[in-house]
Design a protein around this ligand. Structure first.
Ligand SMILES: [Zn+2]
Ligand SMILES: [Zn+2]
Length: 132
């Protein structure tokens, strides 16, 4: 297996995952905007068993009844999300995310008006179909 690695900004929190079957997409939802501080986030989702923490103990925030968002307690980097059958990994924390190409835009109903989507990827007003 060829695994990919990633970490928070300070490096205290490190992980690796097997990208086989990963689904990558953008999320424009307001929760992700607040959590990341950015107008849009990009994620890779992999089955829970393909993700492993290598170092550090993330702090978790219960952002909805089902989902927890995990971040570095030292530097504050938002790193991943858990609670469903997959782990959602913030693409910006992956050391080399170039192989994880986003395939669509979720939650475009929350898109910031000045952020123009200029690609031909599918847009979903709420969750991407694979998130339901
Ligand atoms: Zn950190
Ligand atoms: Zn979101």
């Amino acid at each position: 297996m060829t695994s990919l690695t990633g970490r928070c900004m300070c490096g205290a929190l490190r992980y690796r995952f097997d990208p086989a079957g990963a689904i990558a997409d953008y999320c424009h939802c307001k929760k992700c905007q607040r959590w990341s501080g950015a107008p849009v986030t990009a994620w890779a989702q992999v089955p829970v068993g393909q993700f492993e923490i290598l170092a550090g103990t993330p702090k978790a925030f219960q952002s909805s009844p089902l989902y927890q968002r995990h971040f570095c307690d030292d530097c504050g980097s938002p790193v991943y999300m858990s609670g469903g059958e997959t782990i959602g990994i913030m693409l910006g924390t992956v050391d080399d995310p170039s192989s994880l190409v986003p395939g669509g835009h979720g939650w475009t109903s929350d898109r910031v008006s000045w952020l123009k989507i200029d690609d031909d990827l599918p847009c979903w007003p709420e969750d991407a179909p694979h998130d339901r």
